[in-house]
Design a protein. Structure first.
Length: 243
């Protein structure tokens, strides 16, 4: 991680960038709106840690697609938080079958993950003088994760602003978009080139599978994340053909 800078932060954003479809789309969204954009990924010993390896190809592809965006891209950060895995017993941090757990939530739910991510992001943003934090949380197409809900993010924004005495703004551009609409947003932002980049280089599969190539990208094709991505792609492709 680079040394602190003294940014005004008014038109700078920090994007939570995992290497997945949603975060890649959020990165493009931020680059279209802010004059400077930094990225932050988390290594929490996740089962699908291959997603972190996808970030470089996505960054390079985005630079090639849009030269203006290349000029706006700033520092890339990665924070290792293995403690999250150590205290979690989930299918994202253990080699166990994905299934429904207690309370109707899938065992892919990592308790507190987004709360921790956004808190660390705000702490980094505080240090670097950044006001805007962008995340790919979504309440429309999700598995019922309570930390993806709009009310959760709004409440956390209030808590962060009070606790750090700052005026952070937590942006969630995908909150009310389903996966088909997320593909459509990528096309709106960067055309077919961005859509193709996300298909080829982003990672969604919970199992970390990169061997099988599908129409929508790489993955096992069976886990909830793959199924959701595939369904969204099919709907987006059908709408594109109809239009």
């Amino acid at each position: 991680m680079t040394e602190p800078t003294h940014e005004t932060g008014g038109n700078t954003a920090l994007v939570l960038f995992s290497g997945g479809q949603d975060s890649a789309t959020c990165l493009a969204w931020a680059l279209a709106r802010f004059s400077r954009v930094e990225t932050l990924g988390f290594d929490y010993c996740q089962r699908h840690a291959v997603e972190l390896d996808c970030r470089a190809a996505l960054i390079n592809g985005i630079k090639a697609i849009h030269p203006d965006w290349a000029k706006r891209l700033g520092e890339e950060h990665t924070l290792a938080i293995p403690t999250l895995s150590a205290i979690s017993d989930t299918a994202l941090t253990r080699d166990v079958a994905i299934e429904m757990g207690e309370g109707g939530l899938p065992n892919t739910f990592v308790p507190g993950r987004n709360l921790i991510f956004l808190t660390f992001a705000a702490a980094l943003a505080y240090r670097r003088g950044i006001r805007h934090v962008v995340g790919g949380m979504c309440e429309t197409d999700y598995s019922g994760y309570p930390d993806c809900r709009d009310d959760t993010i709004k409440a956390l924004q209030v808590a962060l602003n009070l606790g750090m005495d700052r005026r952070f703004v937590l942006h969630t551009p995908l909150m009310w978009r389903d996966k088909a609409q997320t593909w459509a947003l990528a096309h709106e932002l960067g055309g077919s080139a961005l859509v193709d980049l996300i298909r080829e280089q982003s990672h969604t599969c919970y199992l970390g599978e990169r061997g099988a190539r599908h129409e929508w990208g790489y993955g096992c094709g069976e886990c909830p994340a793959c199924q959701l991505r595939a369904k969204g792609w099919q709907q987006f492709a059908a709408a594109s053909r109809a239009g």
